[in-house]
Design a protein around this ligand. Structure first.
Ligand code: FEO
Ligand code: CA
Ligand code: CA
Ligand code: CA
Length: 648
């Protein structure tokens, strides 16, 4: 999501800078390797520092880059093809088909692809005779454009429209097959085809289950909740389940009155953010139902192979505006989940399970994510960092400070992270774990408001209520319009370690920009506002951009055109543009099929307006992708015409 949700609710006093400076520089170990990593040892983190890069072209990047584009089509490299396989309104099984005039009912929408495709994962299944591959694709539907969703947009507002809007959110599970001719299609009918929406019953598990703050009029036990929404990025588990992450949940609630501090810290406002669900569904009135918002902002686990399974909110992973959930296995087999909280000045977290992963399968790991330790990151100036435990009783997380137990620590994870002095980051989006080195990459999408606060020379604090911490080593640009990608390697190569070494992989920017600070450290094609990240088996880092519609085609972004997908060699640092999207879209979600010869990518909200809600009288005024008429978010299957490995 973008600027209307580019919230900052973090009133912390910018301690991160002082804490960063207090950390003594220690031994550096090269990240990634070779000349580039040495050059990337940003200690002073001078804005615009250009790293020495290997001059030779990367052997990993075997495709011709596509140029910047601003037309209303998808471009992929010569020799590749991109096909739309699953667009908003397509049935998940053999249900109702999409109506271009938006006349589908709420009941139809409950059986069709939602809007605004975001994170996704492909779960392989055995192929059947006559086909190449088969599997389940789980896809997030992050948010909805009510201007496109209803024939007259929001001009009238009814319970049915709220129901349809809620049905356009959530997650799809669809069964895919690749035909002998290489093309992909949704299997219809399919016993797996399923929609999970903002109304689907789900359960609550982990330490916050049943806590008084989780209880509502409709759920006096605090164990059951309806739905998931604003599902941004995702993860998956080694036991074959899908993790969907609740990001800007606050936007769906309206309080109406004087919003309590704890709700403000999560972005809830008196008026809400225009979804108007509270007008016809009173649980979204945060004054009447003050605990309902506590039941959102979690990571939700879904078993895509069991269509009757009840999704589970895993409270041990903490409550914040979750972007994604990328896992690694610790040396002893415990599961580590890396997670970002995407708002200005928020934090990077990881969860370490108490018990190791059991290879016996999903049933053996059913409760694995319910017990463990949640940590938050502090990035030191010397290229080292610490994981600070958010554990009741430690690091000041005591009853005196508003944390009588672990449930309070998790429900108020942001406040707990404030308390322990984590580093306020430039909007952490996706994380990606390099499958060989174990390095973790995190996109910090942008933040143009850092450094506005004046530091009090006497005590090092910034003014109370400041939303603008000073620049620091890990967030080195005050005007970080283009964002950056940071990476770290855990101490001893163990994902469960409590310390790490880090560097800035790329300060994003435009190498042709007249202002040296805006060029960043890009070795290759210009890009900005990195969001989706994924490292493939060969070590290619795929980067998806989300320049918001308020910035697209303007100012510093004028030369970058439509949002794009790039591919980087994590060793040489070279970056090459692989795909450009249609007008007004962001690129979101990335995963390969098992044979690495198909790349699934989502085009989210083609034609989005700066206000994020289309004019129902001119729904195609910015984009009519992919098929003319109303623009539709959609999943692409991208292949090489010669059948080769993607990117090679
Ligand atoms: Fe939904 Fe942070 O992107
Ligand atoms: Ca978006
Ligand atoms: Ca984004
Ligand atoms: Ca995102």
């Amino acid at each position: 999501m973008h600027d209307p949700y580019d919230s900052n609710c973090n009133p912390s006093t910018g301690l991160s800078f002082q804490q960063v400076m207090a950390v003594s520089p220690s031994r550096r170990r090269l990240l990634g390797g070779g000349i580039v990593a040495a050059a990337a040892a940003l200690t002073g983190a001078a804005p615009g520092l250009r790293l020495a890069r290997a001059a030779v072209s990367s052997p990993l990047l075997g495709f011709e880059p596509v140029p910047v584009a601003s037309d209303d089509v998808v471009h992929v490299p010569r020799g590749y093809v991109a096909e739309v396989i699953y667009a908003w309104g397509d049935p998940v099984s053999d249900g109702p088909t999409f109506a271009q005039d938006a006349s589908n009912s709420a009941a139809d929408q409950e059986l069709q692809a939602g809007m605004h495709h975001d994170g996704m994962h492909f779960f392989a299944m055995p192929a059947q005779p006559g086909e190449r591959q088969r599997g389940l694709l789980a896809v997030n539907h992050e948010y909805a454009d009510d201007g496109l969703l209803h024939p007259d947009g929001m001009r009238t507002w009814t319970p049915d429209k709220v129901r349809k809007s809620q049905a356009a959110h959530g997650v799809s599970v669809v069964e895919l097959r690749q035909r002998a001719d290489g093309g992909w299609e949704v299997v219809r009918p399919s016993r797996y085809g399923r929609r999970i929406t903002a109304s689907t019953p789900m359960s609550i598990a982990g330490p916050a289950t049943g806590h008084p703050w989780m209880r509502t009029a409709a759920d006096s036990a605090g164990t059951r909740v309806l739905g998931t929404f604003n599902n941004c990025a995702n993860g998956f588990t080694p036991w074959g389940t899908y993790l969907t992450c609740e990001e800007n949940f606050y936007a769906y609630f309206a309080h109406g009155g004087d919003v309590p501090v704890a709700q403000r810290r999560y972005g809830i406002t008196a008026k809400g953010h225009g979804y108007r669900w509270h007008e016809h569904d009173e649980r979204f009135d945060a004054q009447r139902h003050p605990h309902e918002p506590n039941r959102f902002g979690w990571v939700v686990e879904i078993d895509p192979f069991d269509p009757a399974s009840v999704p589970v909110k895993r409270t041990a992973l903490g409550r914040f505006c979750h972007e994604g959930a990328a896992h690694a296995l610790a040396r002893d087999g415990r599961v580590v989940v890396y997670m970002g909280d995407d708002a200005r000045g928020e934090y990077i977290y990881k969860f370490v399970s108490a018990r190791p992963f059991d290879p016996a399968g999903a049933a053996a790991n059913r409760d694995l994510l319910d017990e463990g330790t949640l940590y938050v990151a502090r990035f030191g100036a010397g290229g080292t960092g610490q994981w600070l435990a958010l554990r009741h009783g430690d690091n000041g997380l005591t009853a005196d400070h508003g944390f009588p137990g672990q449930a309070e620590v998790l429900i108020h994870a942001r406040q707990a992270a404030d308390r322990v002095g984590a580093t306020m980051m430039d909007r952490p989006e996706w994380m990606a774990v390099h499958p060989r080195s174990g390095e973790v990459y995190c996109s910090l999408t942008n933040n143009t408001k850092r450094g506005g606060a004046t530091v009090n020379a006497a005590d090092g604090s910034t003014p109370a209520g400041s939303s603008s911490p000073p620049v620091d080593a890990a967030n080195p640009r005050a005007d970080n319009a283009f964002g950056h990608i940071i990476r770290w390697r855990e101490e001893g190569g163990d994902a469960a370690a409590e310390s790490f070494e880090w560097d800035v992989f790329i300060l994003c920017g435009d190498p042709a920009h007249p202002d040296a600070a805006k060029r960043g450290t890009v070795n290759g094609d210009a890009f900005g506002s990195p969001d989706g990240l994924w490292v493939d088996a060969d070590g290619r880092l795929w980067i998806e951009t989300d320049i918001s519609p308020t910035s697209l085609y303007k100012g510093d972004y004028a030369a970058l055109g439509n949002n794009a997908m790039l591919c980087a060699d994590t060793v040489s640092g070279e970056v090459r543009r692989f795909l450009t999207g249609p007008r007004g879209c962001e690129i979101a979600g990335v995963i390969q099929a098992t044979d690495r010869r198909t790349l699934f990518v989502n085009i989210q909200h083609p034609g989005e307006t700066p206000g994020e809600r289309s004019n129902p009288d001119a729904p195609s005024s910015i984009s009519a992708w992919p098929g003319g008429g109303r623009p539709r978010s959609a999943t692409l299957a991208i292949r090489r015409l010669d059948g080769g490995v993607i990117g090679a």
